[in-house]
Design a protein around this ligand. Sequence first.
Ligand code: GLN
Length: 475
Amino acid sequence: MTKYRSFDDIKKSLENKETNCQAIVEYYLQNIQTKAHLNAFVEVYELSAKQQAERIDQKLHSGSAGKLAGMVVAIKDVLCYEGHGANASSKILSGFESQFSATAVQKLVDEDAIIIGRLNCDEFGMGSSNENSAHGKVLNAIDETRVPGGSSGGSAVAVQANLCTVSLGTDTGGSVRQPAAFTGLVGVKPTYSRVSRYGLIAYASSFDTIGIFSTNVKDNALVMEVIAGPDEFDSTVSRKPVPNYSELLHFGKPVKIAYLKETLDSEALQPEIKKHTMDILQKLKNEGHEVEQVSFPLLDYVLPTYYILTTAEASSNLSRFDGVKYGYRTPNAHNLESMYKLTRSEGFGEEVKRRIMLGTFVLSASYYDAYFTKAQKVRRLIKEFTEDLLDKYDYIIMPTTPSTAFKFGEHSNDPVAMYLEDLFTVQASVSGVPAISVPNGTDKDGLPIGLQIMANSFKEAELYAFADYITKHVN
Ligand code: GLN
């Protein structure tokens, strides 16, 4: 059967009447079954996907179908979809079923995308390897002894292994870009506030974004133009109009590009990734673009700032999981206090507990100013530096990750080594600007390398156009 690798492939087949949505859903269901051992899916929505497909086939017949008709999407297990489960891959939410849909998911459904299931991830989005999931680890399809990255590992592998056309993930500090780099995909984190967070189970509310995985830039741009935009259920969402990104992929003029000295000089950076990044910069220069090295003296502070602020926000957000309101409740309690304590001790995994404790510590009265207030100030410096730089330059380029996909267990006993995986992705998160990871060749073991491009806030159109140009003409 045809191997669909982009939405254009699907649309062509639909237009030529070679297939219909029901057959496309069957095709993906078959792939999901064959690749079940990768553990990308937590739950497959076979019945509702087939029903949707039938309904959309009728719409296609009558000419009233939406612009995503034929697209099959899977969503990270932190996004709510009415009448379906959502666990944030945590035991504490076991059995929870959502009564409403996240705005991003609803917008996809309104444009006739088919939702085929929910995807494994690190518990509450906390992790860089998808090893912290109550549903078990996800395998990287290119080498099953290696991690797919995290926290949206299932979302990455679902697209990588052709189990759906595109997927939604979330990116708080790199969770779309890093797994996209590890699996050879295009992954986008939009500007903070570009996409509604309504119906997204919160990790760190001032950082959380909903992002997209795809095999190519155009599909990503198309899904972004559908899910972005104002929402009466989330007052933090921007009211700025959303351009049709997928129709703005023409890129012609020479641009100004900055790369940060400290990222390429970083000791943690795998030499082959450095070489691939330098090669791209050289090619861009040869193409007539202005490419300059800039110093970013704050690089060492980005990761601590991110981890202080996100753990603080997480400790507050996760206080709602108490055994009373939803999900898991311990069967071992003998009074009210032990019900709260045991539910949380038994329901949360180790990494989540570590973060709740760290966050509670940095918010405690005696340490609040030394950690939380200080980190807020440093966040502002990083944000201002990044935005100023992006006023002078059109794009900042750097590697997405310091290494390619690592082996299972390699960082499991060293949380700091794991946190270092986010060294290059957290700058965009701390600053709120959009960033994309595109494939940039492979290392000597054949493992994908990611190239990260950042642009200023709300410049998604420019970011997509440049990324499309790089993937088609430069690398
Ligand atoms: N790895 C980072 C963390 O654990 C990023 C996670 C994310 O973006 N959700 O916080």
